[in-house]
Design a protein around this ligand. Structure first.
Ligand SMILES: Cc1ncc(COP(=O)(O)O)c(C=O)c1O
Length: 366
């Protein structure tokens, strides 16, 4: 029971995709072509934002978003240590300092009640990470950001199509970054990402920064930028898959519901959907006692699972100086020691999910 299944995705879209790929290769329009423009428009429209700026990874989307929003040297950005490393490395690369705040135990995301006391005169932005397919407590975070005149920047790498009371990522703050890495709900055949924003200036600066900071005139530069164009082939892959995304996410939700039902009465804590959220089930992550033994038992029984994230970022060498050490982020540390993501991709059958849940029950003798 594989954790992801990109071959089945391709089988569903190849009728649309193969002719596009041939056309791109034949015409030689390899970068920033018509599929790029169409993808930007389609994803922006989907999320109800004014601008989508296609770039070549989720990491670059965050990096360019920070630059374009004016986060830089000497600034502090309040964020979480329970995330993929990219969320934090980009803040340091921008010359700013990540300030870690602990997570809440329900959705494993930035705890808004702790954000306020982490604000200093250097704080420039709050950057929640929308983890596993649902949004962090955006209502509280928007309120805190507004009352302190701070930027809210969303790491929405795992949250395409996720919404809160019908409002999608990209609308809560100045900008959001999406990832289209292979394993995401909408995954490219390699690396790709996108910045979403309603801010015309951030959009224009991001567009410039992805091509070395070039201005409207070719070979005239307004900023120190990056080389971060999205390949046209990736844009074509993403457009073909985008047409299937709503259905695939609906299927993920069905499978998540099966897990939640089948895991009742076991010692694992099933995932909670925060109030008002539409969860897109990028991961189905349970909090499991004896997690490592459970994972080994599942493996022996043919069920792949993953630990996102086994070691909080403030325990890693390049990031240790950002926190006071073990015990400084207690919920983060506790969740990292007990979280386990079970396979939930849309090409699993109901029976496969029942089998996996049955093996969890068997492990606990439940
Ligand atoms: C929370 C989070 N932020 C940032 C990223 C970076 O995205 P990418 O891998 O596309 O560079 C990822 C993806 O892996 C992620 O999960």
């Amino acid at each position: 029971m594989p954790f992801v299944d990109v071959r089945s995705q391709y089988a569903e879209v190849r009728g649309t995709l193969d002719p596009w790929v041939s056309e791109i290769l034949e015409t030689g329009a390899y970068v920033l072509g018509k599929h790029n423009r169409a993808l930007e428009e389609e994803v922006a429209r989907w999320h109800g934002v004014r601008h989508g700026i296609a770039v070549n990874s989720g990491t670059d989307a965050l990096r360019i978003m920070l630059d374009a929003a004016g986060v830089g040297q000497g600034d502090e950005v309040i964020t979480t240590a329970f995330t993929f490393v990219a969320s934090v490395e980009v803040i340091l690369q921008a010359g700013a300092r990540p300030v870690f705040v602990d997570i809440e135990a329900a959705g494993f995301m930035l705890d808004p009640s702790l954000v306020e006391r982490a604000i200093t005169e250097r704080t420039k932005a709050i950057m929640p990470v929308h983890l596993f397919g649902q949004l962090a407590d955006v209502e509280a975070l928007v309120q805190t950001a507004q009352s302190h005149n701070l930027l809210l920047l969303e790491d929405a790498a795992q949250a395409i199509d996720s919404s809160h009371n019908g409002v999608f990522a990209g609308n809560f703050g100045a900008a959001a970054g999406l990832s289209f890495y292979v394993t995401k709900n909408l995954g490219a055949a390699g690396d790709a990402g996108m910045i979403l924003t309603n801010d015309d200036e951030i959009a224009e600066k991001s567009r410039s920064m992805r091509v070395h900071g070039m201005g409207r005139e070719r070979y005239y530069y307004d900023y120190v930028g990056y080389t971060s164009r999205m390949d046209e082939l990736q844009a074509a892959v993403l457009r073909a898959k985008l047409a299937r995304l709503r259905e695939w996410n609906a299927r993920r939700a069905e499978l998540a519901a099966i897990y939640t039902e089948e895991l009742q009465g076991t010692p694992v804590r099933t995932p909670q959907v925060l109030p008002g959220n539409n969860h897109t089930w990028h991961q189905y992550s349970v909090v499991a006692p004896k997690r490592d033994e459970l994972q080994a038992f599942l493996k022996e029984n043919g069920v792949d699972s993953m630990v996102y994230y086994p070691v909080p970022l403030h325990f890693h060498k390049p990031y240790r100086h950002l926190a006071a050490g073990p015990g400084s982020l207690p919920v983060t540390e506790e969740i990292a020691a007990s979280i386990l993501s079970l396979p939930v991709h849309p090409h699993l059958s109901d029976d496969q999910v029942r089998y996996a849940a049955g093996k969890v029950r068997e492990f606990y003798g439940a």
